[in-house]
Design a protein around this ligand. Sequence first.
Ligand code: 3VV
Length: 295
Amino acid sequence: MLRHGLQVTRVFCQTVLHTVSARPLRSAILRLIPRTALLPWLSSRAVSVSEWPLLSSPPRDYSLPNPSWSTEMRRLYEYYDSLCEKEMEGGEKKPGGWGRLPSYNRTLKYAAGGKCLSKLLKEKARLFTRNTEEQGAAFEYVVFMNKSEKRCVCIFQAGHLLEGPPGNVHGGAIATIIDTSLGTLAGYLSGIVMTANLNINYCSPIPLGSVVLIDSVLDKVEGRKTFVSCQVTSSDGSKLHTEATGNAVAGLPIPRQSQHATLKKKMSNTHRHLKHTFHGRLNPSFAYFKVCFPC
Ligand SMILES: CCCCCCCC/C=C\CCCCCCCC(=O)SCCNC(=O)CCNC(=O)[C@H](O)C(C)(C)COP(=O)(O)OP(=O)(O)OC[C@H]1O[C@@H](n2cnc3c(N)ncnc32)[C@H](O)[C@@H]1OP(=O)(O)O
């Protein structure tokens, strides 16, 4: 009976809150509801308040296995996952040196725990490599990072929407996944970066639907520039498909004078959100990278 009552309350609250579109009214209602009391009823999943805000379902982590993954993709995922540092019984950490990076389609929003940072972001914007919900259709990938070796491995399965030459992957799609891997490595090591330069040699075509490995390493850091390179090989490493070098520049480009004040204000709002989300435990500007660096 009580369970039924709670369910009705949950559905009622969800309906009201989704129907109320006026923002001030919606936030007034949200303020009136005691979070800790209602959260377990309103969310079908068990999430803690500090992990995820009221009424939002946790974002999808695209780096986790899904039914479209081939046996080879799963095998490689399980291999690298077994090398990852894991919490063991008794709180001890199993050393491994590797870590899987989560991946979201709205990175800044989700990395900040769902706080709305959409002033900085376009509401409809999505990470290019994660812009379809159809599993297996385009970019299926997961990045494993080895911080001590300054290296990352991306396991990539190319879906049917990435066709270029018949039966093979489009060169632009290959460039995209290379940019993602190199950008992720450079960003992980040097903070916020923009790719300034990318050189690619396409050595042999990648068959559509196949699984390849993108092994990226740090070459050197010179001031703001982080030089990285990678090799794209078949999943058993026997065939070289592509090789690339890149240079990523750290820090945001200096905005024009007229944009400066607005950007500064937006960034300080973002920092406030991050500070609030992480309860001031971390330097908010780096919370995004240190807590859950996405790719
Ligand atoms: C708000 C950001 C938040 C990021 C959040 C990340 C989310 C993570 C989520 C998921 C991860 C997925 C990972 C994806 C990764 C994708 C990465 C991309 O695709 S980035 C898009 C394509 N790149 C551009 O659009 C850059 C356009 N260019 C620029 O903005 C500027 O030119 C920039 C920033 C690269 C440099 O501009 P300056 O004004 O800051 O600095 P100057 O003085 O021009 O250059 C600094 C140094 O770099 C060299 N440099 C500049 N451009 C170069 C070039 N093309 N080639 C070689 N060197 C270059 C210069 O010679 C200079 O070197 P010297 O310090 O003098 O030694």
